[in-house]
Design a protein around this ligand. Structure first.
Ligand code: SAM
Length: 289
């Protein structure tokens, strides 16, 4: 006769762990209290797990995209830096970003009149609305428009012009690979206005050095100004994440205007962080030479 082993968490719930392998031999392990959703869409495997430390986490193809506890860092930093540099960011394009967190932050700026999000996978949007309503809160805003398409194809074909493009892509594997290629960067450059800014998430300098080198080489072949900035994100590989500020005209520090935002209630971004995020350690600077 089998016997149910009791634990403080009750049967079937103890000792369940999720590990994301950041690179060969290194991973982040989180204790899981429940698996809330698992599915395979046309593009990727999608899981939602509830973790003890970070709350609910959205996991795509085995990689953490957001957790309830630290999503604010990534979403504030991919959005507010450029929004405090561009004087008139009326027309914003987000590539990827299916969870809606970047859209939510962009829409905090009243100067933004239109925010279009081009996300390849409709299921990510649906899962976020269902399990992460606080992250997905921007989808109902009348200024928001969601298009389901490949972001690279969209920028190659659109006739529209944008003030700001934010590339909130997943890692450079599977459908997101094209979003790290020079062709995509050139097409993004072409659909930006003459004073447009392009920001991209550019992986972990600590764990993805080769990728980071290639990404900045590709960006520098297209944009006259390319500057990396950093943020501390506990659940991302190495806990250190990089973003590229790429621009046709504006400099992220010389043209920084704290008064553009008039934003209260942010949990990471502020004027000191804006300035300090562009200070790079020497081993990171070396990746950009
Ligand atoms: N914060 C995240 C990170 O770096 O871990 C990014 C999260 S966001 C959910 C990334 C989104 O990019 C996903 O929803 C994915 O479906 C979408 N995506 C991947 N490739 C894409 C493509 N070629 N065009 C548009 N969206 C894409």
């Amino acid at each position: 006769m089998s016997e149910v082993v009791k634990s403080e968490f009750g049967p079937n719930l103890w000792n369940m762990w999720f590990t994301e392998f950041n690179k060969e031999g290194v991973g982040l392990t989180l204790k899981v209290s429940r698996v809330l959703h698992s599915a395979v869409s046309d593009f990727q495997r999608i899981d939602v797990i509830e973790t003890e430390e970070f709350g609910k986490a959205l996991v795509l193809y085995g990689s953490i995209m957001i957790t309830e506890k630290d999503e604010f860092v990534y979403h504030e930093m991919i959005s507010h830096v450029a929004l405090h540099v561009h004087p008139k960011p009326s027309n914003v394009l987000i590539i990827g970003g299916g969870d809606g967190g970047t859209l939510r932050e962009v829409l905090k700026h009243q100067r933004v009149q239109s925010a279009q999000m081009v996300e390849i996978d409709p299921e990510v949007v649906e899962v976020s609305k269902r399990f992460f309503p606080a992250v997905a809160s921007g989808f109902g805003d009348p200024r928001a428009k969601v298009i389901h398409d490949d972001g690279a194809r969209f920028v190659a074909n659109t006739q529209e012009k944008f003030d700001l493009i934010l590339s909130d892509s997943s890692d450079p594997v599977g459908p997101a690979q094209v979003l790290f290629q020079q062709t995509f960067y050139q097409d993004a450059f072409n659909v930006l206005n003459d004073d447009g800014i392009f920001v991209a998430q550019t992986e972990s300098p600590a764990f993805h050095a080769d990728n980071v080198r290639k990404i900045y080489k590709n960006l520098s072949a297209v944009f006259p100004t390319v500057m990396m900035y950093l943020a501390h994100i506990p659940t991302y590989p190495g806990s250190l994440w990089s973003f590229a500020f790429c621009s046709k005209r504006y400099h992220p520090l010389e043209d920084f205007r704290p008064e553009y935002g008039n934003i209260t209630g942010l949990d990471y971004y502020n004027a000191d962080i804006h300035r300090g995020a562009f200070a790079l350690p020497n081993y990171v600077k070396a990746l950009l030479l």
